[in-house]
Design a protein around this ligand. Structure first.
Ligand code: NAD
Ligand code: ZN
Length: 352
């Protein structure tokens, strides 16, 4: 089979591989729609997870089941499925502790295009199909469905980790696709004022549609000053970090109120430390909580998010700005994600 792969750091290309083998609880799936992620770019061009050779990329896909192992009960060949980016080992100690993302090691629930070949292949392997796949309802488009695998679960996790309450004031730093979903997630959890930090008009427009009440352009000066001005010096209850560099943590600490919560779903890829400003952290006594997490995966998470689309609570299809047809366009879509033209939020490739 053919796949689009990381050949080494900074190198991508098409490769030929054997179809993956699968065990009794697993499934072999072929992609129907795939989307490249900013994390694929971090992986290839920034060496975020170290070197990988001839590893097929991609972790966002909806697909069709091709074959299943002898013990798989709820899925059969021909079923259309949503495949979460995070496919944990459900028989692990970390799952019993409540953190499936870290089953069998920190971040190890993330397998596609990390520890094994990803979804940009003609076929891919899914471990524990009954626990990790979700049926895709007929009435949800492939474009919307493929936003569930990572963008929606990650952005919403930002809102969950921030513990948004009814009426909370929230700042979302970074409004790429993940931050936009954090805006939508904050709105769904009942936030009052939602300030979105971003600059590109295409993202600003969608942020407003998802519930942003104020737009802060980080190119117009210090965002802490801008937030403080908008809140009469009070700051906000919650900050969600979904973009920007390591400096955003200090900004978040400065703009969140005592007792507030900062949640991070951004990838921090540089520097030894994430600095925390001592005074604004109340010299350690301000009750400002900082949390960060990998997105939840697995079947139940996908099924719950599917219902949010089905019952019109959110439309993640707004994130999809570029649609390609044909497997060969995976390369073009990935490079778009690298170059981030002004009109891009997310590209999707439909495999006709
Ligand atoms: P993105 O690059 O499309 O969006 C980030 C946005 O932040 C961009 O629009 C950029 O212009 C903006 N930005 C840059 N500097 C900024 C600043 N100083 N202040 C405010 N905004 C700034 O990326 P994305 O696809 O939305 O993903 C966001 C991050 O989340 C990435 O780092 C990605 O790797 C990570 N991610 C994490 C998880 C997880 O499970 N935690 C899952 C998927 C992606
Ligand atoms: Zn991703």
């Amino acid at each position: 089979m053919k796949g689009f792969a990381m050949l080494g750091i900074n190198k991508v290309g098409w490769i030929e591989k054997d179809k993956p083998n699968y065990g009794p609880y697993d499934a072999l799936v072929r992609p129907l729609a795939i989307s490249p992620c900013t994390s694929d770019i971090h992986t290839v061009f920034e060496g975020a997870i170290g070197d990988r050779n001839d590893m097929i990329l991609g972790h966002e896909a909806v697909g069709e089941v091709v074959e299943v192992g002898s013990e798989v009960k709820d899925f059969k060949p021909g079923d259309r499925v949503v495949v979460p980016a995070i496919t944990p080992d459900w028989r692990s100690i970390e799952v019993q502790k409540g953190f499936h993302q870290h089953s069998n090691g920190m971040l190890a629930g993330w397998k596609f295009s990390n520890f094994k070949d990803g979804v940009f292949g003609e076929f891919f392997h899914v471990n524990d199909a009954d626990m990790n796949l979700a049926h895709l309802p007929e009435d949800i488009s492939l474009e919307s469905a493929v936003m569930l695998c990572d963008m929606m679960t990650t952005g919403f996790h930002g809102a969950e980790l921030a513990d948004i309450e009814m009426g909370s004031s929230v700042v979302v730093i970074g409004i790429g696709p993940v931050g936009l979903m954090a805006v939508a997630g904050s709105q769904l959890r009942g936030a009052g004022r939602i300030m979105a930090v971003g600059s590109r008009p295409v993202c600003v427009q969608v942020a407003k549609e998802y519930g942003a009440t104020d737009i802060i352009n980080y190119k117009d000066g210090d965002i802490v000053d801008q937030v403080m001005k908008l809140t009469n010096g009070q700051g906000v209850d919650r900050v969600i970090m979904a973009g920007g560099g390591v400096e955003t943590l200090a900004q978040a600490v400065k703009m969140v109120k005592p007792g507030g919560v900062i949640s991070n779903v951004n990838y921090h890829g540089s520097g030894e430390n994430l600095p925390i400003p001592r005074a604004e952290w109340g010299c350690g006594m301000a009750h400002k909580t900082i949390r960060g997490g990998l997105c939840p995966g697995g079947r139940v998470r996908m099924e719950m998010l599917i219902d949010l689309i089905r019952y019109n609570r959110v439309d993640p299809g707004k994130l999809v700005t570029h649609v390609f047809h044909g497997f060969d366009n995976v390369e073009k879509a990935l490079m778009l994600m690298k170059d981030k033209p002004k009109d891009l939020i997310k590209p999707v490739v439909i495999i006709d």
